[in-house]
Design a protein around this ligand. Structure first.
Ligand code: URA
Length: 231
């Protein structure tokens, strides 16, 4: 149960004072009846209308975007381009990003206003695999792949086991369950490979699919915690 004015504020109809005016002017209906009481109690099943248009109440949203190179993985920046500028959604000002990508990397970012899910995704003991497609300079040898898979001592930490596949002469896919700063670039450098292009194509079982650069999509709440093994 919510107050009518609070429901309208949460649904982004206006500020507290703006929605109070709308209610008092008789512009808001609940289940077909004009309601002029700002603290009228509404529940999930009630149909609330403004100008005879049903209002969608506040909800948790899940968004994926294909971040282009050159954009920051942030929700605001005073100088640089940032991904939230590419998203047009009623609840965009509530979104947080689960797992950043470098400015010069591209591919899948996941955004949500579901704080609990963000927390679970970025929690280090959850072992959610992120999959990257990496174009490198240097020879991709079996030995390097083995070292990447087994774990590499990066001095400040040893990387957890990864899964690596050579897909082309100069391209590999690598799945890692961590997300340390510049982790892929540092792992590649440690085995003598230089990253030329870095693209994230999956977070757990959320896939980038054929989303074009700069495009975003609202998706159902993902169930990314049902895979103990990397996918
Ligand atoms: N590893 C990197 O080096 N950069 C990224 O953006 C993501 C993973």
């Amino acid at each position: 149960m919510d107050r009518l004015d609070k429901f309208l504020v949460n649904a982004k109809i206006g500020s507290r004072s703006e929605v109070k005016k709308l209610i008092k002017k008789g512009l808001i209906k609940v289940n077909g009846n004009i309601i002029k009481k700002v603290d009228y109690k509404v529940s999930d099943n009630d149909i609330i209308e403004y100008n005879n248009q049903k209002i969608e109440g506040h909800k948790l949203v899940y968004i994926i975007i294909n971040k282009p190179i050159g954009y920051l993985s942030s929700t605001y920046d005073s100088r640089d381009k940032y991904v939230l500028q590419l998203i047009d959604h009623k609840f965009k000002d509530e979104l947080s990003i689960a797992g950043r990508l470098d400015k010069d990397a591209h591919g899948l970012l996941f955004l949500t206003n579901d704080g609990e899910l963000i927390h679970r995704i970025i929690s280090p003991n959850k072992n959610i695999y992120k999959t990257y497609e990496v174009m490198v300079e240097g020879d991709i040898t079996k030995d390097k792949i083995k070292r990447l898979e087994e774990g590499i001592d990066l001095k400040d930490f040893i990387t957890k086991p990864a899964i690596v596949e050579k897909v082309e002469n100069n391209i590999i896919t690598i799945k890692i369950s961590e997300g340390k700063y510049h982790q892929i670039k540092r792992m590649m450098k440690a085995v003598g490979l230089t990253v030329k292009d870095l693209k994230r194509i999956a977070i757990g079982n959320i896939l980038l699919g054929d989303l074009k650069e700069g495009e975003w999509l609202e998706i159902e709440k993902p169930n990314i915690f049902n895979n103990d093994s990397p996918i």
